[in-house]
Design a protein around this ligand. Structure first.
Ligand code: UDP
Length: 238
């Protein structure tokens, strides 16, 4: 069994540990929640368990669909073994329906369907507030190579297609989501980080109720209950 060694990183929602295998890390999901670039802080009890398990279920489905991921195995409720990667400093966002910063920036009402699935990059820099960038910016700043960006874009759209159908089957509309990619020891671009109600906007198909972190960001109430409800719907099909 993979042995957890020293902590090498602590992010807003997860801790990352070295292991006895230099090619593997253990990620440990916390209940801590932040929003607005860390300005709003809180806890969502049980979130770590939901996000760990949900990410692993989804990553395994994506692997089957041809998207390589960092997932290796789940150890327990909160901890998973993943491949060690170097994270590309890009937040990769795909939007199907206008919401959040897109609605604000372009003056489009939340809930307006977009004519195409829209890929967006942000530069992962907390000190700059993760600014929106385009692919030329990413190349100019040497955040990724052209080949890596091509893979990122191809995989991100594939993730969108798989997840749209998957969530719809659970009675959830995939409005938008953020994913991150890493480069493994062999130089391959693979999906890393997580896919959860923290990183996706999910609206109930019938009521349009927000079933994601917007309940925490916008103080909509029933935050814990909503994470559990999404988790129950995910587990039902397993
Ligand atoms: N998102 C994320 N982490 C971030 C920023 C955004 O997971 O640091 C997700 C967010 O949950 C949503 C999508 O990316 O599903 C698009 O977010 P948006 O740009 O609208 O930003 P927000 O309105 O959340 O500030």
């Amino acid at each position: 069994m993979t042995k957890k060694l020293n902590q090498i990183y602590e992010g807003k929602a997860k801790k990352v540990y070295a292991t006895d295998d230099p090619n593997l890390y253990i990620v440990s999901y916390k209940d801590d929640a932040t929003a607005f670039n860390g300005e709003k802080k809180g806890q969502i009890v049980g979130k770590g368990v939901v996000n760990n398990t949900m990410t692993n279920i989804i990553f395994q489905k994506l692997e089957v669909a041809g998207v390589p991921t960092h997932f290796v195995e789940q150890i327990d409720d909160r901890d998973s073994v993943v491949k060690a990667v170097k994270i590309l400093p890009l937040e990769v966002i795909i939007r199907n329906v206008a919401a959040g910063s897109f609605s604000k920036r372009y003056g489009v009402e939340e809930g307006t369907p977009l004519a195409i699935s829209t890929l967006e990059y942000s530069y992962k820099r907390d000190d700059l507030g993760d600014p929106l960038i385009n692919s030329d910016h990413a190349l100019a700043l040497e955040l990724a190579t052209e080949e890596q960006l091509a893979k990122v874009s191809e995989y991100a759209h594939k993730v969108n297609e798989v997840l749209k159908a998957y969530f719809l089957d659970k009675g959830l509309k995939l409005i938008d989501f953020k994913i991150e990619f890493g480069v493994d020891k062999d130089g391959n671009v693979i999906l890393a980080d997580e896919i959860s109600p923290d990183t996706c906007r999910l609206w109930d198909v019938i009521t349009n109720e927000k079933m994601d972190k917007d309940r925490f960001r916008r103080d909509l109430g029933n935050v814990e209950e909503t994470y559990q409800e999404v988790f129950n719907r995910i587990k039902k099909g397993e």
